[in-house]
Design a protein around this ligand. Structure first.
Ligand code: ZN
Ligand code: ZN
Length: 226
């Protein structure tokens, strides 16, 4: 019980922040001090790395492009973020935007590409931002004299102009009603194994409703069942 009590106390801390914020005029997230935003991302991710710096900058650019100044406050239901890689920068993007898988505001497409797309649900405007490969080499110019390659990239990514760090594509993202936050639109039962499948993810095969593992094979192999 003592442990639980102290955990609850630490959770009181974040609630103090909005009060402190309330005194100041509203500030778009991209106008806030970069180091403060980075610090929070590092806390959530567990370490400071080039990916955190890159991810924070990418997320701030994305939010600015789609016009979402308060992603974790009043704008939290107005946008979606699509990430294309499960690497360090993705945690930073999550931390800055507040988007998450559980809230359905974060979508993961496993492309292995250092890129993310930001969609404004009200305007439909969307931008895909890719980390430029050349930025790795340019780090030498922006942070000379740092022998370690990764430390050099980390420092360079703090100061490098956005145009040199990122390529921006304006895109259109067709979004299914089954992908949006909110209550599940459909819930059906797999006719082979009996599990329930939500959000239109079932597969129709010769007139039968199947879950994906039954229809296409899963990422797992069943050893035993109890
Ligand atoms: Zn990392
Ligand atoms: Zn099934």
């Amino acid at each position: 019980m003592a442990t639980l009590g102290s955990t609850q106390n630490t959770y009181l801390f974040p609630f103090v922040k909005p009060l402190a914020h309330g005194i100041m005029p509203f500030m778009a997230i991209w106008e806030e001090p970069f180091e403060k935003i980075l610090e929070e991302s590092v806390r959530i991710h567990g370490h400071l790395c080039a990916g955190q710096v890159l991810g924070v900058r990418l997320a701030l650019l994305g939010l600015r492009l789609i016009g979402i100044p308060d992603p974790r406050g009043q704008d939290r239901k107005k946008f979606l973020v699509y990430v294309e890689i499960d690497r360090c920068a993705t945690d930073a993007i999550q931390s800055v935007t507040g988007a998450s898988l559980g809230k359905r505001s974060l979508k993961f497409f496993d492309y292995g590409i250092m890129a993310a797309t930001f969609v404004n649900l009200e305007t439909g405007r969307a931008f895909r931002i890719l980390a430029r490969e050349e930025a790795r080499e340019l780090a030498e110019r922006y942070a000379p004299g740092i022998p370690d390659k990764y430390k050099r990239q980390l420092e360079a990514y703090r100061v490098m102009p956005e145009e040199e760090l990122f390529e921006v594509q304006e895109v259109r993202v067709p979004i299914s009603e089954f992908d949006l936050p909110g209550r599940p639109k459909r819930r059906v039962r797999c006719e082979r194994c009996g599990v329930y499948v939500q959000d239109g993810r079932e597969i129709l095969e010769e007139g039968r409703i199947l879950c994906r593992p039954c229809a296409q094979g899963g990422y797992f192999q069943l050893l035993s069942q109890s």
